[in-house]
Design a binder for this molecule. Sequence first.
Ligand SMILES: [Zn+2]
Length: 559
Amino acid sequence: MVIRTALFALFALGVLVACSTSTGPDTSANEAIEADRLHEIVKLLASDEFGGRAPGTAGEDKTVSYLIDQFEAIGVEPGGPDGQWTQAVPMMRTLLESPQLAFTYPQGQEKLMQGEDIEVSTVRATQRIDARDIPLVFVGFGVTAPERDWDDYGDIDLTGKIAVFLVNDPDFAAAPDEPVAGRFGNRRMTYYGRWAYKYEEAARRGALGALVIHETEAAGYDWSVAAAGAGERVALAGNTSGPVPVALQGWLHEGAATRLLAMAGHDLATLRREARQPDFRAFELDGVRFSAQSSVNITRFDSRNVLGLLPGHARPDEVLMVSAHWDAYGEGPADAQGRTVRAGANDDALGTAGVLEIARVLKAGPPLERSVVFALWTAEESGLVGSRAYAVDPVYPLATTVANFTLDILQTAGAARDVILVGEGQSSLEDDLARVAAQQGRYVTPENLPENGLFYRADHFSLARAGVPVLLLMGIAGGADLVDGGRAAGNQWIADYVGNCYHKPCDAWSPDWDLTGAVQDIELFRQLLEDLGNATRWPQWRAESEFRAVRESSAAARP
Ligand SMILES: [Zn+2]
């Protein structure tokens, strides 16, 4: 409470200073993103008192009321529905209890061990899964992409069947002389490579289930990570747009997949090559069936997105968004130092602090022509749930949402000569990024692990798939060219953070953090918001972007 009161006094002082000089040519120069404030906010949000900020816990209540206090102190308006600070996010946790899983072959059954041969779960609100002798269809990469002249399905009917997918997209492993090479960004993973797309495509086609054959390199993580869900999922409950999700979703271990395909007379390596051919079409696997019986333990609870608004003075219906996620992983097993709270200090209390700082500085500056929404999402770690809830039930129409800027993990190793671009080739916002970075004396470096598909793994993606142009700054997308130590030091920071701290108690606040680089990144977003906030242009997806078509479908709504 002492900290909160002190901060409030500082905010009030900041506003007074800004007002007293508001006749000057550039009032925003009086306020700047401050590393000390970022430290204070993160130190508090990552403290044991907040319990790791898991959705649906006492940590959520503390976090949400703290964030509202901060927005009120800054002086922005409530940005949620009906003039409230929060948007309700109904959620459910599902767990398959001791599932009985098996392939059936002409010769008999092969029992499948959950977590070893397969990892399946459900995001349907159903009490029981009872699927017997279900046909399986091998769909290759399972892609329908008219803009790339690609269709793996032809006229096959998936209704009530299990779709079996290869992970990643058709040109990930292609040689340069194969016809598919380059059609899906080569090593860069497209939306079509993500499991989320595959589950959704299966649902659109009425499939009962979707299984993705795991491969470490093409997935970007090994089997233990894929299987870590252990049949448990947290998802948005009810009120979702789009088709009913598949009843069963998950990963198939490469070994189990090899046996299954062999029983149907196929070889996995051969099928991988064939699935890269443009004339590949999905086919039903002869003589094999899949069965799954399980009761489903469902727990429902409510969580909240926190939304602040700075209304535009000229075109308030044109909305810019800047966002981060307030949630983290709650408490877990003790680490070597006995810590149980997984505080998510960097992921993403620091991004949350960045959004609050941007709100404070923009509010203190001259009014913008367009509105800015400050969105602090819940349940990112559960699978982008809070941002998804917003995208399916937006407070401000997405057609006139100009852009979304997302902060999720910023490096804490000091000033950088460059800024890392995630998802190169997607939209004209990349030109804006390069221009503002140059004003900062920095240059743009594309992420160095595009095959990991980070562009599809943070909250901005919930908005992107609904057509809103997006930019993501994520400190683990590539080693920055640090002023102190260069690229090698940037890569070392990522290796240390991902190797030791990511999603673990070690992701804690430290007084040793050097936030100079984080301040550069946050200031970069603030400048982009100010530029676009006083502009009339609408950022555009590039011609080759998989999100261009959905944005164009709402073109008539934009002036
Ligand atoms: Zn995060």
